[in-house]
Design a protein around this ligand. Sequence first.
Ligand SMILES: [Zn+2]
Length: 335
Amino acid sequence: MFVLDSHCDTPSALLRGRDLRIDNPEGHLDFPKMKKGGVDAAFFALYTSNTLTGEAALERALRMLAAVQDCLEANKDLAAPAVSPAEAFENKAKGLISIFLGMENGSPIQDSLSLLRFFYRSGVRYMTLTHNGDNLICDSAAGSGRWGGLSPFGREVVREMNSLGMIVDLAHCSDKTFTDCLELSVAPIVSTHSSCRALASHRRNMADWMLKELAAQGGVCQINFYPVFLSDEFAAVHDDNIPQSGTEVLPSYRRVVDHIDHAVEVAGIDHVGVGSDFDGIEVAPSGLEDAGKMHVIFDEMRRRGYSEEDISKVAGGNFLRVFNDVIRMSKLSQK
Ligand SMILES: [Zn+2]
């Protein structure tokens, strides 16, 4: 089994000085925790807030890229970069954790396909088109509907991502952006960190029709661990900033598996995975406090009767299949 977490905000923690070599008492992810939880690979997100635009967004992404490069250079005995599933398997055979790069929010590319290509050449293998606001590429689930989905530039971006072999990530996008991307993209698309709207009504989660359409095109939805996206009961308390009277409303890791169950029921076993959002969320489910506990998800799936083959698909197999499909369908692979 190859375990892949498709979304971690750990580069933000690197900028704050976290050392991934040690088991940090605070924070969700470092190399010892990944080892302990059996996590073979993680996508590190170069995240830019929608409050940053233009050159400031680009500078932020470059600083994060440099911080990840420094981190990997300093930990060559523990981890290595990867840009394809094949490289990640080679790393695992050498006993190394793989770190993939993703970009969360396309604002650092500004209005430039050249910058998009630059980030691809720097190792970035997915781009979450936007974050909690509309940008030059598309509308966000939290936005005002500036473009009515993808912008004209956003359409060029998706075509270029298909051409490069970069995965299109629709986490944070508006429903209309989702529909536009599915219509336009020739390669399967993903959400790297979204849960199920049928179980928790957050606008950021995937409705059943979205799960079905994603699956019909061969894509995958990676279930997010953030309690606000897992439980309306918790979200109501959390969003109102009511001090919590204990942990009774905090969902446990079993709630993550409820979302996996639902997504599997609606989309099928080949279209579901895990994208923790670790280090990007201020609270994690009980029993799944950090990357060192990742295995509890698969233990719970086992208890619920999933076969080892099916667990392996959700643990990383499905995302890696989509990743390979995106590479295979790119223009570069045909040259
Ligand atoms: Zn996110």
